[in-house]
Design a protein around this ligand. Structure first.
Ligand code: SF4
Length: 347
């Protein structure tokens, strides 16, 4: 359990230096501790072995270090690893390592539960409990990075914010986590390898542009007209497609960063030629690099099914004939409920 002490990872390096000055310690000690916290990913003061026992005790008395812990791990037959993480207040979130020949991708959560209630998503049927702090998001990534190293000898190459929660409704923590993940004294990853996926919060997409972020953006589109989209994603009522298209163009103009669309194929809902035509129309209004067409993974609570292979193939062919850069993503980790839209702490 987290104590009432201040979380030491919520202190910047200058703030830590100030604290060390106030207790008569040399400034370089602050740097050492900062490295333990971020670069070396220490999960207790005890682990900071190049500090004296007295100093470690003093830190323990003044601060808390509520590190995220792995609760359970499940491995899919296709190599995908789903981890359930336990937070200091016993809330649980999930993260997934998706290994391929060329990539080690982490899919991470940004909130406990989600408030957006998308009809096809298991997380959407859970209540939103709270946002993750930036150090908690960082821990998820660092722990999945360790799994990648242990299982393949390779570090993470990519991170996608496509786990539980809407990242743009936890804006400050997601940006701060990415700052630490990309910092040389953090995980030193390139922001070009990070994609934040949103269900479509137009105001915050514009904010990303104003903040000149360097990571990529994915929009979970899933339906290419307002009527259908509102049916499966209630957020579309307040953030319709016209607003989203304008916000994406604003983001691109400000950052030139990659934009992609995610489009889950649902049988007899959004898999017809007319649906493809509407998708093409939207694609042409946004400087999007890619449309990821995703195979749906049915969940117990939802009525949707995935289309048969022939329908999916025809949909893809039609997009390609119309010069849409689309890729069909076969879902990974289905047998352990780790695939897109399946994260719901089922264990
Ligand atoms: S798809 Fe994303 S935004 Fe929608 S309910 Fe699921 S976690 Fe929330």
């Amino acid at each position: 359990m987290k104590s009432d002490n201040k979380n030491i990872r919520h202190l910047s390096l200058p703030a830590l230096q100030e604290y060390f000055g106030s207790i008569g310690e040399k400034p370089f000690r602050a740097k050492q501790v900062y490295e333990w916290l971020w670069l070396r990913h220490a999960n207790s003061f005890e682990a900071m072995t190049n500090l004296s026992k007295e100093l470690r005790q003093k830190l323990e008395e003044h601060f808390s270090l509520p590190a995220v812990k792995i609760d359970t791990v499940q491995q899919s037959t296709d190599g995908t690893i789903k981890s359930r993480f336990r937070l200091h207040d016993n809330h649980l979130v999930e993260g997934v390592l998706i290994p391929t020949d060329s990539r080690q991708t982490a899919c991470v959560s940004s909130q406990v539960g989600c408030s957006l209630s998308c009809k096809f998503c298991a997380t959407g049927y859970m209540e939103r409990k709270r946002n993750l702090d930036y150090d908690e998001i960082y821990d998820e990534v660092a722990l999945i990075n360790q799994q990648a190293l242990e299982t393949s000898g390779k570090k993470l190459s990519n991170i996608v914010f496509m786990g539980m929660g809407e990242p743009l409704l936890n804006y400050k923590n997601v940006l701060q986590a990415i700052e630490r993940i990309t910092a040389p004294d953090g995980l030193a990853m390139s922001p070009k390898r990070i994609t934040v996926s949103t269900a479509g919060v137009a105001k915050m997409i514009r904010q990303l542009g104003d903040d000149k972020v360097r990571f990529n953006l994915a929009l979970s589109l899933h339906a290419a007209n307002d009527k259908k989209r509102s049916e499966i994603m209630p957020i579309n009522d307040s953030n319709n497609l016209t607003e989203l298209i304008a916000a994406l163009n604003y983001f691109y103009k400000a950052t030139q960063n990659e934009i992609s669309f995610e489009y889950i194929l649902f049988k007899d809902f959004n898999d017809s030629k007319e649906d493809a035509d509407e998708l093409i129309k939207i694609y042409r209004q946004v400087p999007a690099d890619l449309v990821n067409i995703i195979e749906y993974n049915p969940i117990d609570m939802a009525r949707f099914q995935k289309p048969d292979a022939k329908t999916a193939e025809e949909f893809m062919e039609y997009l390609s004939k119309n010069r849409v850069n689309a890729r069909l993503r076969r879902s990974r980790g289905k047998d352990i409920d780790a695939a897109c839209g399946q994260l719901a702490n089922k264990g």
